[in-house]
Design a protein around this ligand. Sequence first.
Ligand code: GSH
Length: 246
Amino acid sequence: MSQAADGRYELYYWPSIQGRGEFVRLALEDAGANYVDVARLPEDQGGGVRAIMSLLKSEELEALPFAPPLLKSEGRVFAQSPLILHYLGPRLGLVPNDEQSRLYAHQLFLTVADFLVEVHDTHHPIGVALYYEDQKPEALRRSEIFVKQRLPKFLGYFERALEKGGGHALNGGFSYVDLALFQVMAGLGYAFPKALARVSGHYPRLVALREEVAARPRIAAYLASDRRLPFNEHGLFRHYPELDLG
Ligand SMILES: N[C@@H](CCC(=O)N[C@@H](CS)C(=O)NCC(=O)O)C(=O)O
């Protein structure tokens, strides 16, 4: 199970949602990397959900993965989106070279990952195995707290990071954290359009970064392509108007 001889990266992620896999897709796309989004291939070409399940259950892996996204590269398979990006960052030229920058990028992305859990909990505060419809009152309570307290706290922190970095997350230049912040803003714009519109005046750097990233040539081409899945009500960022407490 090695990385293909041509140096191709293989991403294994749910084929119908952006989810956490999207943070990896954006990095690979922005770098123009040679990669395959394996589960989006037809099953008869080794793709589909079956490809993910067989990798998750494989007895041959040294590092046991818990959940997708998974990356196969250089003979290794590993999971956890922050770890995948920590690994890919230097290889794709998406983090400055020095150790301090790499550690700070990792710290920032881990904070994005924390935020994603809270975003997810707005629509699934009780359990992932339950339908949203079975936890609506709790989702509403959770979303009130999210919109009033947690959203401004996290966005305020990311805005401060951009201020410190001179418009990007890291002082040394564009990084995978900037791509992640783009995705956070795009996701919030889909899931909580009213709430985001109400507060976005407080976060001019995040708003500007979202536009800057969307205009990067490879990202613009990706967003216009069918490789970019639409947001939907199966992913992390879901639009339920009743939770968008603007
Ligand atoms: N911390 C992990 C979370 C992975 C995760 O929660 N993956 C989701 C999809 S975004 C999943 O398939 N979870 C299955 C499960 O938790 O049972 C990461 O950032 O990669």
